[in-house]
Design a protein around this ligand. Structure first.
Ligand code: PLP
Length: 455
């Protein structure tokens, strides 16, 4: 079994690295999510399902680039697709239309038939931002609604819902709009309305109250990638948003190509007006997709479907008539080549990936049950999390906050010591590179960790 890591002693190079990094970047990190106390582990190498840190410790990785690496680290097939692209085409960027834009789009449409048309972006953040602009333009209504605790990217409009303390969060059925960061313009607290997840009646009341102002309702159809909604909630939300002329946006950045090939929308049989994708579909590179109803997407066509392809030459069109969407790297050939390779792999290996994840989930649940721990493994597809709570079902962000996060963190560190890498308190992302042996090793470590924490 894995030699035990003494976190303080055996991660000394990571610790020193973080001290040096502090002199270059605030807090030593360039994305806040990378930080955790007492200091994060800095990595130097990764292959398949494994990462190796600066102290030469090997871990089975369940962060997987926060879910982006659905085929694991350094997949040879993805690498080959990218190098072959450069060899065959001579470049890695055209800045013009090119063949892979159509090929990739058609492939995504086979999995997500709701995407009658689509556009590419450079991140999940950009995808949800674009979806919001499209919705506002389409409905003429500029307020947006989101759900408490849902993440759609790090920008002002959507960094509104919960404060860490929950003190000012308001009634569960009517959450307050709170800034999640310093520097958020106060106007966003008025223009972003917060809804309670999985509470249809409350949503109906709040949305109806703001029916003339809210143009978009954005949701992580599985909250944080692991809290599934009731089917009746999803169907009801679809119905209400339709009746109130609001664009329903599924943010499937986490769940797309992870729950199954067609995302949460295919599992629930609920069709959103717009969908945002990111993470897995980009093979670990910066990428996003916005797709959905033809009428909504067509707003960004320079010609609006006329035979004039240059907006500046169109007689009856000005720039203001077109929904602006652009970007130097949109539809980047290298990333589309990588993404196509990932979709090829997933079409063949998704079933095995889901089976393997289930094996891990069931194994962990079985350990909880055997040691009479109030732990629940929840999630769908290749992402899940572990929640310690005596309460029955975890239904929303507040249930999660009320769960035993301190013990969960202890388990996560007990796992780190045994060579299982997960950012403390984060969710698990499994990849096609994880083997049966990885799952067995993880479960052995899990049992030892539970014995250490509860023993
Ligand atoms: N939406 C969801 C549901 C996400 O999980 C994330 C990323 O964590 C984003 C949007 C933002 O994506 P990105 O980090 O690629 O900008």
């Amino acid at each position: 079994s894995h030699p035990m890591l003494d976190y303080q002693k055996d991660s000394i190079r990571s610790k020193n690295f973080m001290e040096a990094a502090n002199a270059v970047m605030p807090g030593g990190v360039t994305a806040n999510i990378k930080y955790f106390d007492p200091h994060p582990l800095a990595m130097k190498e990764a292959r398949g399902s494994k990462v190796i840190d600066m102290d030469d410790r090997e871990y089975i990785d369940y962060v997987m680039g926060y879910g982006a690496l659905v085929t694991g680290h350094g997949d040879e097939r993805v690498k080959k697709a990218m190098t072959e692209y450069i060899e065959n085409h001579g470049t890695w960027l055209f800045g013009t239309p090119h063949a892979l834009e159509i090929e990739m789009g058609k492939r995504i449409q086979t999995h997500f038939p709701s995407m009658e048309l689509l556009r590419y972006t450079n991140s999940g953040t950009e995808a949800t931002l674009l979806a919001l602009r499209m919705a506002a333009a389409y409905t003429g209504k500029h307020k947006v609604a989101k759900f408490e605790g849902h993440y759609h990217g790090g920008y002002d409009q959507m960094l509104v819902s919960v404060s860490p303390s929950m003190k000012e969060a308001g009634e569960e059925r009517e959450p307050n709009s709170l800034p999640e960061s310093k520097g958020i313009h106060p106007s966003h607290l008025r223009n972003t309305v917060v809804l309670p997840f999985n509470d249809l009646k409350a949503c109906e009341r709040i949305l109806t109250e703001h029916r003339d102002e809210i143009g978009a309702v954005m949701i992580e159809p599985i909250q944080s990638g692991f809290i599934p909604p009731d089917l009746s909630f999803m169907k009801g939300l679809r119905q209400i948003t339709k009746e109130l002329n609001m664009v329903l946006i599924f943010d499937e950045v986490k769940t797309g190509y992870r729950t199954c090939l067609g995302g949460v929308q295919s599992i629930y049989g609920v069709t959103p007006d717009l969908t945002a994708l990111g993470k897995a579909v980009g093979g670990g590179f910066p990428f996003g997709v916005v797709g959905g109803k033809r009428d909504i997407l067509m707003q960004s066509a320079p010609s609006h479907g006329s035979d004039v392809f240059d907006a500046s030459q169109s007689k009856n069109k000005t720039a203001q008539d077109v929904l602006f969407h652009s970007g130097t790297y949109n539809g980047h050939p290298m990333i589309l080549a990588a993404g196509m390779a990932v979709l090829d792999i997933l079409e063949k290996e998704m079933d095995v990936l889901l089976q393997r994840t289930n094996q891990l989930k069931q194994g962990i649940q079985e350990i909880f049950d055997r040691y009479q721990v109030n732990g629940k493994v929840i999630g769908m597809g290749s992402i899940f999390s572990v929640v310690l709570s005596p309460k029955g079902k975890i239904r929303n962000y507040r249930d999660l906050q009320k769960s035993d996060l301190a013990t969960r963190k202890e388990i996560d560190f007990a796992l780190l010591k045994r060579g299982i890498y997960l950012k403390p308190l984060n969710r698990y992302s499994v990849s096609t590179a994880h083997t049966e042996e990885d799952i067995r090793t993880t479960l052995t470590a899990y049992e030892e960790a539970i014995k250490e924490v509860y023993g």
